[in-house]
Design a protein around this ligand. Structure first.
Ligand code: NAI
Ligand code: MG
Length: 365
C-alpha cells in the first residue's frame, strides 16, 4: 500500500463542490490499486480573504511544502478582485514551488460534441505545455506620469535560457512518452511537437525562444517539430486541431492557447490542468481550469469532469499510471454512453449523480 499525502484547497464556489467529487473517484480507484490518500484540508480562499485579509496565512507555503501533491478546486468570489486571488495564492504557490510547467491536455470525447465541426472524437488529442513561472507575466515594469497626458506603462518579459530549456525539454520528453503510448494505433502526430512563437514581431525574446527550441529538438532525432506564429497557430487549432500532439508555449501564449483549446474540446467544465515541478523538489499543484462559477455555485450542478480528470493527472504525476488511465477511461465511458451529463453539457444530472456514474464505470472495469 502506498500512501499519498495530499494538501487540499477546495477554495470558493463550485471548487467546494467538485473537489469532493474528485476525492470520491480517487478513493474508488485507490482501493483497486493499493493507493491510500490522506488529506490535510486548508480553507485558503477569497472567503478567508474577506474575513482575515489574506488568502492564506503567512506561513502557508511552509505548511504544504512537505505534501506529495496539492489539489485545488477554484478560488474567486464576487467582491474580491481577481488579482487578489491570483497573486495572493495561486502565483506564490506556482512560483515558490517552481511549478514551471502548466500542463493542459485536450481531448474530444465520443459523446461530447465539439463546437468545432471538424473536431472529431478520437482524433483530437493533444497537450499544451505552458511555461508557468516567467515570460510575459513578470513584475518588472512600472507606470509613470499617472494622470498626465504623457502617462505611460512599461512591462518587461523575462525569458531565461534555463527556464526555456527545461520547459522545452519537458515537452520533448512528453512527446516521446505519448508516442510510446500510441504504439498500438500509430497516428501521424506521434512524436510531433509544435512551438508557439512570434519571432517576426517580438524581436528579442521570441528569436531567443526559437533558438533554444531548435537546439533542444536537434538532440532528439526521433521527434518531428514545427514552429508556428501564435496568430496562425490559433487559427490552425480551430481549423485542424487533430494535427497537434504536444504544443510548447510561453506563459502568455500558452494561457491563451489552452483556453482556446479547452473550448475546442467542448467546454471549460471538462478541462483539467496541472502545475508541475518536474524536478520534484516541491509538490506539484493540480486544479481544474474553470473558476469558482458564482453563477451556479451552491446548486449542486457543477460539472465535475474537470476536477476528476485533474485527479487523474495527479495520479499520473505520482506514478500511478494505470490508476490514472482508469479514471480517464471511466470519464470517456460515461460520456460515450450519452446518458448522464450536467446542465452545462445539456443534461440534467447533478454533480453527485454524474460522479456516481463515473464511480460505476470505474467499478465496472
Ligand atoms: P468560471 O470558470 O468560474 O465560469 C465561467 C462560466 O463557465 C460560468 O458561466 C460558469 O457557470 C461556467 N462553468 C465553469 N466551470 C463549470 C463547471 N465545472 N460546471 C458547469 N459550468 C461551469 O470563470 P469566471 O466566471 O470568469 O470567474 C469566476 C470566478 O472564478 C472569478 O472570481 C475568477 O477570478 C475565478 N477564477 C478562478 C480560477 C482558478 O481558481 N484557477 C480560474 C478562472 C477563474
Ligand atoms: Mg487562463
Amino acid at each position: 500500500m502506498t500512501t499519498e499525502r495530499i494538501a487540499l484547497i477546495p477554495g470558493d464556489g463550485i471548487g467546494r463542490e467538485v473537489v469532493p467529487a474528485a476525492l470520491a473517484v480517487l478513493e474508488a480507484v485507490g482501493r483497486r490499486h493499493g493507493i491510500a490518500f490522506t488529506y490535510d484540508e486548508f480553507d485558503w480562499s477569497c472567503e478567508r480573504y474577506l474575513t482575515e485579509g489574506a488568502m492564506m496565512p503567512a506561513d502557508g507555503l511552509d505548511r504544504i511544502r512537505g505534501h506529495d501533491a496539492i489539489f485545488l478546486g477554484a478560488v474567486g468570489a464576487p467582491g474580491v478582485p481577481d488579482h487578489v486571488s491570483l497573486w495572493g495564492l495561486l502565483i506564490p504557490i506556482r512560483r515558490q514551488f517552481q511549478q514551471y510547467v502548466n500542463l493542459r491536455p485536450i481531448r474530444v470525447f465520443d459523446g461530447l460534441d465539439s463546437p468545432v465541426r471538424g473536431a472529431v472524437a478520437g482524433e483530437v488529442d493533444f497537450v499544451v505545455v505552458r511555461e508557468n513561472v516567467e515570460g510575459e507575466y513578470s513584475e518588472i515594469g512600472g507606470r509613470m506620469s499617472r494622470g498626465f497626458p504623457d502617462e505611460l506603462a512599461v512591462q518587461e518579459a523575462v525569458f531565461t535560457r534555463a527556464g526555456v530549456t527545461r520547459l522545452v525539454d519537458f515537452g520533448l520528453d512528453l512527446a516521446e512518452r505519448r508516442r510510446s503510448y500510441g504504439a498500438a494505433a500509430a497516428s501521424p502526430r506521434d512524436g510531433y511537437v509544435t512551438s508557439a512563437t512570434k519571432s517576426n514581431g517580438i524581436v528579442h525574446t521570441m528569436p531567443f525562444w526559437d533558438e533554444i527550441v531548435a537546439e533542444r529538438t536537434a538532440l532528439r532525432p526521433a521527434i518531428r517539430w514545427d514552429q508556428e506564429h501564435i496568430d496562425a497557430l490559433s487559427a490552425k487549432l480551430v481549423l485542424d486541431p487533430a494535427r497537434f500532439d504536444v504544443i510548447v508555449a510561453s506563459n502568455l501564449f500558452g494561457d491563451i492557447l489552452s483556453d482556446l483549446a479547452a473550448a475546442v474540446a467542448g467546454g471549460i467544465g471538462i478541462a483539467p490542468a496541472a502545475n508541475l515541478n518536474p524536478a520534484r523538489d516541491f509538490p506539484s499543484m493540480f486544479e481544474p481550469v474553470h473558476g469558482s462559477a458564482p453563477d451556479i455555485a451552491g446548486r449542486g450542478i457543477a460539472n465535475p469532469i474537470g476536477a476528476i480528470w485533474t485527479a487523474a493527472m495527479m495520479l499520473d504525476h505520482l506514478g500511478h499510471l494505470e490508476a490514472a488511465a482508469e479514471v480517464e477511461n471511466a470519464i470517456a465511458a460515461v460520456l460515450a454512453a450519452r446518458e448522464v451529463r450536467t446542465p452545462d453539457l445539456g443534461g440534467t444530472a447533478t454533480t453527485t449523480s454524474f460522479t456516481q456514474a463515473v464511480l460505476d464505470a470505474v467499478e465496472a472495469r
